[in-house]
Write a protein that binds this ligand. Sequence first.
Ligand code: G3P
Ligand code: CA
Length: 302
Amino acid sequence: MKKSFKKMGLCLLSVGFIFHAASTIAFASKDEANLPSPEEKILTISHRGASGYAPEHTIPSYRLGEQMKGDYIEIDLQMTKDGSLIAMHDETVNRTTNGTGRVKDLTLKEIKQLDAGSWFNRQYPQNAKPEYEGLQVPTLEEIIQTFGKGSKYYIETKSPEVYPGMEEKLIETLKKYKLIGSNGRSSNVIIQSFSKESLQKVHHLSPTIPLVQLLSYSEPATITDEEIETIKTYAIGVGPSFSRIDKAYVQKIRSHHLHIHPYTVNTEEDMRKALEWGVTGVFTNYTDRFQKVIKEFKKAHE
Ligand code: G3P
Ligand code: CA
């Protein structure tokens, strides 16, 4: 009895995979000018770096993400009082440094004096390391100078309404380091935002940069064909909160030939679920874990 259930499960999985493969093939042909298609590559996006193991948005966190074979370093941007783009998730420095105050009210020099690592050692003693103490908040330029054109960057314009000129400064920096290609495949960056206006501004300033519309839901996610088609006029994909979506949502997005990169997928169980639903990548704090799950998933479906 047990065995036949197992067989039935395997059979259903195979049917599911064939469906998944068929849909990705259709997806690939339409999407050649953009990112690699999922049968070539399911993207692992190191969320704030490999931030499950090191203080988020610090060079060691990004470096770990790269060592763990992440495809993209995820960076949240805020802008200082004197116009520097820095990597930080929150609008204030309070949570991830030993300082207080809003980024927009602090100069880069002031922010550079803060310790962006000790909080992590206190909060996550199991992953604490002496070298995390006294880490600085990196600027976008420092990150690019450290990892260069050999890495890819998935950059979020955070709170763009608080930072007029943020998009212009971002594009200027990306141009300076020649990170913008003629399409998604040749570009070293993807720009993401919850703000449609910010993405449209980036699109206007530099039309070949691939964009991803982030979506936040307070209830189980639904999206209409019309909404998807509107997003498609400027973006190559969506980034919804994983906890609010299901297989039908993923398949609907995919049927419109858009990428779908849910955030933030951290457990092996959720990673497997995401792959079975047909996502084209995930944001994760555990880059190595997702690499392992992808490998196992591919092997199981060979
Ligand atoms: O950018 C994807 C995901 O990071 C969005 O949520 O709050 O972690 O930036 P948040
Ligand atoms: Ca983010």
